[in-house]
Design a protein around this ligand. Structure first.
Ligand code: ZN
Length: 264
């Protein structure tokens, strides 16, 4: 069994970095491929790594536009592209947070006057928190975490036993530490430069600074930290690296679009 790998399709924040995209990642093991998040600019980057009609599934962390708007582009790529091979399910399973299916139905009404628009290409299913779901054969668990809206960190276990945790969008909170516990690779957002860019009330916060991501990785006992969803640029990059490294004390990298990382 080959190692589980994570390929970064887009590591940008809600307002993309120059030439960048929003949130999207490809998880691959052997011939299986699962897309995590599908923000603006992600769909067109999938075929650089895997044929879109060979995707085994999609998992959406939360329903902010920078994490799912390109489901529309993915829909059209599949609708007018090569049919799905016979060894895969006819419809692409798309797992969304509770209430997400209803949200996509409203989207379908806006786009095509048809609430069931996505149903001819996707099998859209709401996932339940803290329930293990197999997506493309990979066991996923979705952990509710603090954000401005309902948001779920994802914990995925490779065949080797190695664990990837994706923070989703999240504020500093104990649920994140629990979700990331012992992660071999912790993919963690850092959408604010420092806490002053977020709500002053800790209970209303929705994002992490790189230093806070490093702190979370430290508390969770993660082995490696990959910072994502960050504002890029030479000065910013050095700032993120410094904050995350000092707080974590372990190996840190900044996620780069197009790069792959071995989970194990
Ligand atoms: Zn968000």
């Amino acid at each position: 069994m080959a190692a589980l790998t994570l390929t970064v399709l887009g590591a940008g924040p809600a307002g993309p970095n120059p030439g960048g995209a929003n949130s999207g990642y490809l998880l691959r093991q052997d011939d299986r491929a699962v897309l995590i998040d599908c923000g603006a600019g992600i769909a067109g980057r999938i075929p650089l790594h895997v044929a879109v009609n060979r995707l085994n599934g999609v998992a959406i962390s939360h329903l902010h536009p920078d994490h799912y708007f390109d489901l529309v582009a993915l829909y059209y790529m599949l609708k007018y592209g090569e049919p799905r091979p016979v060894d895969l399910l006819r419809l692409l399973p798309v797992f969304v947070p509770p209430g997400g299916r209803e949200c996509l139905n409203r989207f379908g009404e806006l786009i095509a006057n048809r609430s069931a628009m996505f149903d001819d290409i996707f099998d859209v299913r709401d996932y339940a928190a803290n329930e293990e779901i197999r997506i493309g054969g990979l066991p996923f668990a979705f952990h509710p975490v603090q954000h401005y809206i309902m948001s779920h960190a994802m914990r995925v276990r490779a065949a080797s036993g190695a664990v990837l945790v994706f923070s989703s969008d999240v504020a500093p909170c104990p649920q994140l530490i629990e979700a990331a516990c012992g992660a071999d690779l912790f993919l963690c957002e850092s959408a604010v430069l420092d806490a002053s860019q977020d709500d002053a009330d800790p209970a209303k916060r929705g994002h992490l600074s790189a230093r806070e991501a490093g702190q979370a990785a430290h508390e969770a006992g993660a082995k490696r930290l990959l910072i994502t969803h960050y504002r890029s640029g030479e000065n910013f990059d050095a700032l993120h690296m410094q904050g995350a490294s000092e707080a974590f004390g372990g190996p840190v990298e900044l996620a780069r679009d197009g790069q792959s990382y071995v989970v194990g």
